[in-house]
Design a binder for this molecule. Structure first.
Ligand code: NI
Length: 396
């Protein structure tokens, strides 16, 4: 079964939505015009709308033609990134320094397209909550929606998410049970030494030398501390210290991020990083200030929902185009917070080759409008399967 015909009919409309959103990107928790755009579309389809969850989050609720006890969440993210777009097409960002470089404009347009079709047909039993979340990037908009009671107000039996994936060809999907995306934590290590004249280093405690040793030493965490078959990343991404040629600074700040799939490895990384930082500091005679924050949990797909998602994808693009064992990404995804509550599944939809469309977060990226009806059709098939009318008689 290919793309749903009725959805193909409004491919142009979805493209216009997507390009409007692309031209007017808004970043974390500032998605005011985007949320208003989404809410107005949902209401025009006859869907009940609540605005303002987590500031700019929107939830649309649609009941099927047949009553049923089950409810599901279909989620899209709405936020853009702080990136200066370098594309030249007509729908280029009109907001300086902001850009839809991760395709959340496309995610929003695909879920709106699915909502339009499902509102016309209501060919399911039970309830669908369309969740348009703010601040997927960095700021944990999903976590804030949960803190503000989204699951108490809109209880669901399963939650589903989707992200475009430039490395996958258009017309393909990829999904696996278990980890899809990694846990994401951040660290900040301040090395406090004793500043002084660069020509008299013996009178100082040099935090720059300590920082250099620290950066090297943390490379042993993934290679020497964790099991060779476990996945772990420790990346130092910032070093700040010093102002001029002939002064050894008082302190240096080292920042970075860590990634893991399992809670045990996550704990191991944090423990080892702290031990190494304190030992390097002690070895150099410097004092260490330590800050470590757990940001996003790993994105873990539940087996039954993964099967349902893979079957829905196969119904649209054919089983041969649904990759069932993709290598998980060490990137992170805010949808992970939703998956800590009900079971669910998160799928990648092919966005075409990276060379053609640009990598995620590249200033040359653009969402591939050709896949809008594929993604919208997937959402519809998934909802109609998970909330199948003939299944409504059996309590779920
Ligand atoms: Ni994204």
């Amino acid at each position: 079964m290919p793309i749903i015909n009725r959805i193909a009919d409004f491919h142009d409309e979805m493209t216009a939505w997507r390009r409007h959103l692309h031209a007017h990107p808004e970043t974390a928790f500032e998605e005011r015009d985007t949320a208003a755009f989404v809410a107005a579309r949902l209401e025009s389809f006859g869907i009940e709308v609540e605005r303002g969850i987590a500031g700019t989050g929107v939830v649309g609720t649609l009941r099927g033609a047949q009553p049923g006890p089950r409810a599901i969440m279909l989620r899209a993210d709405m936020d853009a990134l702080h990136i200066a777009e370098q594309n030249g097409f007509a729908h280029v960002s009109q907001a300086p320094g902001r850009m839809h470089a991760c395709g959340h404009d496309g995610h929003t347009a695909m879920l709106l397209g699915a909502a339009k079709h499902l509102a016309e047909t209501r060919n399911f039993a039970g309830t669908i909550h369309f969740v348009f979340q703010p601040a997927e990037e960095n700021e944990g908009g999903a976590r804030v929606m949960i803190e503000q009671g989204v699951f108490e107000k809109y209880p669901v039996d399963a939650a589903f998410g989707m992200h475009n994936w430039p490395e996958l060809p258009a017309g393909h999907f990829a999904i696996r049970p278990g980890p899809m995306m990694a846990a994401f934590d951040i660290f900040e290590i301040t090395i406090n030494g004793r500043g002084g004249h660069a020509a008299m280093p013996h009178l100082t405690v040099d935090p720059i030398v300590a920082a250099a040793q620290l950066v090297n030493a943390v490379q042993t965490i993934a290679s020497r501390t964790t099991h060779p078959l476990d996945s772990a990343v420790v990346s130092v991404t910032q070093i700040h210290g010093g102002d001029t040629w002939n002064v050894i600074p008082e302190s240096v700040v080292v920042r970075g991020t860590t990634r893991a799939f399992s809670p045990a490895v996550r704990d191991q990384i944090e423990t080892a990083l702290r031990r190494i930082a304190e030992a390097v500091g002690a070895g150099c005679g410097a004092a260490i200030e330590w800050r470590y924050e757990r940001r996003y949990p790993p994105t873990l797909n539940a087996p039954a929902e993964t099967e349902a998602a893979a079957a829905a994808a196969a119904a649209i693009v054919g089983a041969g185009n649904v990759e069932r064992a993709p290598v998980p990404s060490m990137g992170a995804e805010d949808f992970a917070f939703f998956l800590e509550r009900p079971p669910g599944a998160y799928i990648w939809i092919g966005n075409g080759s990276a060379a053609a469309g640009g990598m995620l977060h590249s200033p040359h990226y653009d969402f591939n409008d050709a896949i809008l009806p594929i993604g919208a059709s997937y959402w519809v098939r998934l909802a109609e399967t998970v909330l199948a009318k003939n299944a409504a008689a059996t309590p779920g």
